[in-house]
Structures are given as C-alpha cells and as structure tokens.
Design a protein around this ligand. Structure first.
Ligand SMILES: [Zn+2]
Length: 92
C-alpha cells in the first residue's frame, strides 16, 4: 500500500495507525480518522495514494458545499478580531 518501508525523514520503522486528520475546503472543515503509516520516532505520517486522492475529493466537496457523505458535527468557529490576546488571530 505504501512505497516506503522506513520513514523517509529519519529512517525508523513505520507502524500502521489510525490518525486524526482535519481537512479544509473553502470555509468548511471536516475531521476524520484515517489509516496511515506513522513513524514512531519523528511522527511523520504517510498516506496511501488512494487516501491522498480522497483528501483532494473531500477538500473539493467542502469547497463546493456538496455535503453528501458528510455528517454534521456542529458549527466551527474562528476567533473574532476583538479577541483580547493579540497572539491569537482569526484564520479568515
Ligand atoms: Zn521518522
């Protein structure tokens, strides 16, 4: 499934894990659990080609507001410009 047997960054072993992924399309975001090969040494995550293609499809669907095959988990927010700590800024 993956062209790498070792981590391409640090050369350590990879292990299949379910990781949480957040994708953004337009002003919408979707979170999901994804099977990935994860380097237990440096944390690098490797996804299969099919998964990368699905990420692209998900981003496009979010951008086009096509929410078929999505379920609503609630609203998402960013902070307003009035947020008192200026180290924290809105993303849009
Ligand atoms: Zn690594």
């Amino acid at each position: 499934m993956i062209p790498f047997e070792k981590c391409p960054i640090c050369g350590h072993e990879l292990e299949e894990r379910k990781v949480e992924k957040l994708l953004r399309g337009g002003s919408h975001t979707a979170s999901m659990k994804v099977s990935a090969e994860v380097c237990l040494h440096c944390g690098e995550r490797l996804y299969s080609e099919e998964v990368v293609r699905s990420f692209e499809e998900i981003r496009n669907k979010l951008k086009n507001q096509d929410f078929s095959n999505f379920k609503n988990l609630g609203q998402s927010f960013t902070v307003a410009e009035t947020w008192p700590n200026k180290a924290i800024l809105p993303t849009a």
